[in-house]
Design a protein around this ligand. Sequence first.
Ligand code: A3P
Length: 312
Amino acid sequence: MSRSDMARLDVIEMFHGISFPGHLHTQDSLQLALKFPFKDTDILIVSYPKSGTTWMQEIVTLTSSRGDPHLSQTVPNWARAPWLEQYYSAAVLEASSTTPRVITTHLPHHLLGPTLRGSKAKVIYVSRNPKDVLVSFYHFHKIANFFPEAGSFPEFLNRFLEGTLPFGSWFDHVKGWTSQTATMNNLLHITYEEMSLDLHGAIKRVSSFLQCPLVEDEVNNCVKHCSFSSMKDNKMINYTLVPEEIMDHSKGSFMRTGKIGDWKNMFTEEQNQYFKSVFKSKMQGCTLEFVWEQEKEEPHANEQISRKNTEL
Ligand code: A3P
């Protein structure tokens, strides 16, 4: 069965209080994900939607291929790094003989953490400024017909803050996974902003975490093939292979702007203040500090990403 055979565009699967699009998820596939026998050699990419998941799939594919774009230009991302909880992944993973297996998931830590316990699988957690996530998700709702109506932007913003959008609460997701960084030494937390400000450095960080050190030329090839412009034109990644009735490409592109700070084009000052106050209260007790608004000119910006706090 191909990814586009199962329509169920209007179906929502509620699972542990979180809604998942029935187009790609079933109760069985969600249950199976929680029983998945991880291998120690597995690489697991984890993110809340619109945080740079596809970008990281590309970075991992290219790093593992030492910068050779053949795999990333011939195999769709969902076939080489399937989403664990989606209905087709069991078949894809069974048929796969590659080591390491690259697997993707949007599941929160409180659901998948117990499944991973004791495993040495390498976990890469990707996060992004929630305001950019929200704006990207809003636009994605307009093109992806497997989501409920996006509604107006203020309504969508409220649903994001309440945690009632598909895939649940951004706050629970980020807090759940990043709280593991102190204890899980097989977990790498990397931000979209870090990838954006210093892609070269981010690729080196990922390759060293995966114990796949690359020579300079190989890193440069990875950078070239996972730049926004290369990925935008790669149909194995840009979702143009997905039929029009599932993703309406006339309403926008999956590879949309690829920018930091696009939220400023959507948020009013009032919405920004409201978002910040909810963020502050929901992130209370979170020991990790996030940096989202670094400027490119700042020296060593990438080094500060996960260590220093600035304005949200
Ligand atoms: P925008 O909608 O803000 O443009 P995900 O893969 O988690 O669904 O995230 C999609 C977001 O990542 C989109 O954001 C997309 O443009 C952005 N993205 C994907 N590849 C990128 C790249 N190479 N450079 C910058 N942004 C990228």
